[in-house]
Design a protein around this ligand. Structure first.
Ligand code: ZN
Length: 253
């Protein structure tokens, strides 16, 4: 048994037996880890808000090799991110980011992805409620770029010809990005991306921000992001948190 001390973010949490909680954390040094927080339900004293979703701090984890579930000794919270729980739009956006992170990473070190997830959650937490979708789109594309899957936006994904920066272009998920006028018609299932959408994606993949989106544009971006993520990272399983975020199911009541 060894002790791992590392920065960690709580991405998933559920109750276990009468007294404990199992949480899945993204760590800076050991990727995703599932840990048991013994007694977390019986007493708030031991873990406090540390086992709440999206909390971040220094975790001490007892690691036994070849086990799927490790033991959490402590988690010293430096960022509780309470604003994420205070607004349902922010909460569903953060849940989507957590789902993408859990789907993207294993237990190997991924410090770049850790930083991208941290930045995404911080930005969603500090966004005005009506801009939480923008913040989440920015965070998600930055994570995808960090994973090495940034879409081609300035040159054709197929033949690498320069693209007109102010033109609408065809975008192919399977080709990995925007296509020139010659390659576009030959690729099946393309979507047309107007120049402002391409500009926004350029900013987001670089970790920046873009002008606020209209509701219709935000919906188109949500769809595009979902399709791209599933094509390149996420596999075949349904993204449940993503669906709730994308369809705004919380607001149907
Ligand atoms: Zn081309």
């Amino acid at each position: 048994m060894s002790t791992l001390v590392t920065e960690a973010i709580v991405l998933h949490a559920f109750d276990y037996l009468e007294t404990s909680r199992i949480i899945r954390v993204m760590t800076r040094d050991s990727g995703i880890q599932s840990v048991l927080a013994r007694g977390a339900r019986r007493s708030r004293r031991r873990f406090g808000s540390a086992v709440d979703l999206f909390a971040q701090g220094t975790a001490e984890i007892e690691v036994r090799p070849n086990r799927d579930l490790q033991s959490l000794t402590s988690l010293d919270v430096t960022r509780a991110r309470a604003p994420l729980a205070a607004d349902v739009g922010r909460f569903t956006a953060a849940s989507m980011i957590a789902e993408m992170a859990l789907r993207s990473a294993g237990d190997e070190p991924a410090p770049g992805l850790f930083d991208a997830v941290e930045l995404a959650l911080d930005r969603i937490a500090s966004s005005p409620p009506d801009e939480s979708v923008d913040a989440a789109l920015a965070g998600a594309w930055h994570m995808i770029a960090t994973l090495g899957f940034a879409p081609a936006l300035d040159v054709c994904a197929n033949c690498h010809a320069d693209l007109d920066p102010v033109a609408a272009v065809q975008f192919s998920h399977s080709a990995g990005g925007a296509l020139c006028a010659r390659c576009g018609p030959q690729a099946p299932g393309c979507r047309v991306i107007p120049a402002p959408a391409r500009n926004a994606m350029r900013e987001w993949t670089a970790g920046g921000r873009a002008p606020a989106l209209s509701t219709a544009d935000a919906r188109a971006h949500q769809r595009l992001l979902r399709e791209f993520f599933l094509e390149h990272v996420g596999g075949d399983r349904e993204l449940r948190a993503y669906r709730v975020w994308e369809h705004g199911e919380w607001s149907a009541a």
